[in-house]
Design a protein around this ligand. Sequence first.
Ligand code: MIC
Ligand code: SF4
Length: 647
Amino acid sequence: MGQTLTEKLLAEHLVEGELDTGEEIGIEIDQVLLQDTTGTMAWLQFEALGLDEVETEIAAQYCDHQSYQFDFRNTDDHAYLKSATGKFGAYFSRPGNGVCHQVHHERFARPGQTLLGSDSHTPTQGGIGMLSIGAGGLDVASAMGGSPYYLETPEVVNVRLTGDLPEWATGKDVVLELLRRLTVKGGVGKVFEYTGPGVETLPVSERCAIANMGTELGATSSVFPTDDVTREYMEKLGRPEDFTAVGPDPNATYDDRIEIDLSTVEPLVATPSMPDLVVPVSELAGEPVDQVIVGSCTNGAYEDLRAFCDTLGDEVVHEDVHAIVQPASKQASELLARDGTVAKTMAAGVNWSEATCGACCGVGHVPGSDSTSVRTFNRNFEGRSGISDDNVYLVSPQVAAAAAVEGAFVDPRDYGTDRGIDDPGYPEPDRFDGSNRDLIAPPEGDVELQKGPNIGTVPVNDELTDDVAGDVLLRVGDDVTTDHIMPASSDILMYRSNVAKIAEFTLTRIDESFPERALAADGGFVVAGENYGQGSSREHAALCPMYLGVDAVIAKSFARIHEANLVNFGLLPLTFADPDDYEALEAGNRLRLTGLRESIARDEDETELTVVDETTGEEIPVILDVTERERKYLLDGGRLAHVRASQ
Ligand code: MIC
Ligand code: SF4
């Protein structure tokens, strides 16, 4: 039987287990990527695990989320990261050099290899034939120290592309079309593998935009085969020797199949406030726009910025619009500065920022109240932009440019016809030959760790007790994101290395009193609907509830990375045996679980536990679906506690 590309990549890196869908495997990791807001905790855990040297072929630490350094704490975090990379053997990318995924793509990504990153959009490198997966910082730190990365063997879904994109349609629209069809839960437990004659019509930048937003589908990863398009692209990157041909066997069998005829894709928009609320841009035509931002790890590459600038043509930004370009790499802006594009668009009213995540995670350019912001980003979760009742729309660079000129949504096809502007296509430079000065290789000799006063230690949970009792501290609905659990705006990001402080913000987007109540209660439960913890890989969304004393989350279902993070910090991720029981567990009810240690120590695929609701007298069956390895972590109080207990 033929193998899928995903199976081949997994098989080549398999060090534990067997490739059976749903079964846990351990894979070897070739490259690791970290960003600043998850990286500090990852390196602190690297230290706490007693590791002293990076074992992967490449590890690279980027300073991208807090690159503006609003506070000395951000700058201290960067100094710690630089010292840790120097001491343990990783590359250090200075603040302003760009977003981890884009810079990693330009400098290191290699087809056929595995990449683990402490950021949920790590799968971006699937666009270049790399098996890349996002994870919590502790898992990334462990992999960096040479441990396998553990995951459930995913289902592999074949997305077969035929045809050719029509004018003004882009890779962004392809993935928005998938989100429209499948929703933000559609990819959980799956890898999306792209094949078919449509693949070769897509340049690498478009493939990466699609792979990037596979994360919004909840997918474990997304992957494209490599071909002559990839080969030529890697030559332009100046790394032709890193090219390898990878692809599925012609007779590969998949768990599921989706067809997309690219010729039917049209310019689309994700409307507030979920990436799957997708409509054609033509439906919004005429709606006024206040802010336009181009950038992020989805559409901040040279090709995206160039497409935005070419769509502007000789037009100028509408006087009611604030238009910002936020490049995903300094190289992209350097190349565009070199050929005069930056100067030309500055004169047309565009504001160029340093290369950063910036507004994408609510750092800077917060929209005004009751205003409309149009962004080329990947997420528009409510409040993520920094204002709670925001109206953020997600679009391609072409749609963004047309809106910036028009001052309102406009179908780029009409915009092009009316103003005599041609579809820019996906313009690549002859060579990606910007300076590499901001990427620093690990120095020879010993480096001393530098820890500012805000850099705390990693809290470690106590071992699991046999009985756990507490109140339902909070009940939340479906699709609660990690941005709800632990927001990422600049006032909060500066505390990512200080758990005691950042814990004060836990779940405050939903209930301001949560941290205080949880701490006072010293134990308790969070009850949730479907897909709890979707979005980011930030382990603070598990670490902080643990710090506040939360024992378990009972949900209808979990997002993959968040569930793994809960286990890593010793919180029980329980699912309702009957989702209708969600209604019974009201906030304030007193719950009890007994005989936990014996039940969890059992070697079985799923353990059924009974939650006794002492307020109503009801007994609610719940499921703990974890692996043998995870059971050990849970018993000891999490992964770090387990490593300590085993030493
Ligand atoms: C995001 O896009 O939400 C982030 C900020 O990049 C996060 C990481 C973080 O919380 O630091 C992610 O996607 O993992
Ligand atoms: Fe940065 Fe936004 Fe990408 Fe997250 S999604 S890595 S915040 S650019």
